[in-house]
Write a protein of this length. Structure first.
Length: 185
């Protein structure tokens, strides 16, 4: 996940991510008046990247993501109204969950995929421990405070994806990400 008030300032980072072969990138939504137009320009500029909106917590953000032609949206919260609004607009929304109750509610709301957030505070063993009491779980993206070195343990624990963002600081992190993408294919 990349965060900037104006998405076009992320151009260099998106070029690097595209070059190393990453395919899914979230752009954090902000209420900047040019966010939608700039996000749409990035969708056109990077056709190989599947760009989505992150930090979606309002109907305004859902509408902005749809208007920018982003492929999906991700929220740190589980909100039935946001899910309904996104579905009505043909936009896939991945809600955030933390507790077993939120996972259960997401299942009942028909969510095939959830974002476990903030995952760093829970550890990779958390998600598989929910299978015993809850049974079948939706797909899961671990997110929040995770770095390149966390990807392997989380994938081994059974999540379907790992979101990185704030931990992508410095050349070592970028080199590690490139190596990881090459290794995972």
């Amino acid at each position: 996940m990349l965060r900037a008030e104006q998405p076009l300032t992320l151009l260099h980072q998106l070029e690097r991510l595209d070059q190393i072969g990453l395919r899914h990138v979230e752009l954090a939504w902000t209420d900047h008046p040019h966010w939608t137009v700039q996000a749409a320009a990035l969708v056109e500029r990077f056709p190989r990247l599947s760009l989505g909106a992150a930090s979606v917590c309002s109907l305004e953000a859902v509408e902005a993501a749809r208007a920018a032609a982003l492929g999906y949206a991700v929220s740190p919260v589980l909100d039935a109204d946001l899910l309904q609004a996104a579905r009505a607009r043909g936009l896939a929304l991945v809600p955030g969950v933390f507790s077993p109750s939120e996972v259960q509610r997401a299942r009942r709301l028909g969510c095939p995929l959830v974002k476990l957030f903030p995952a760093a505070h829970l550890g990779p063993g958390y998600w598989p421990r929910l299978r015993g009491p809850l049974g079948s779980l939706p797909g899961c993206i671990a997110a929040g405070g995770l770095g390149v070195g966390d990807v392997g343990p989380w994938l081994a624990a059974g999540v379907d994806g790992v979101a990185l963002g704030g931990q992508l600081n410095g050349p070592e992190a970028w080199a590690g990400l490139a190596e990881l993408v090459n290794r995972l294919g």
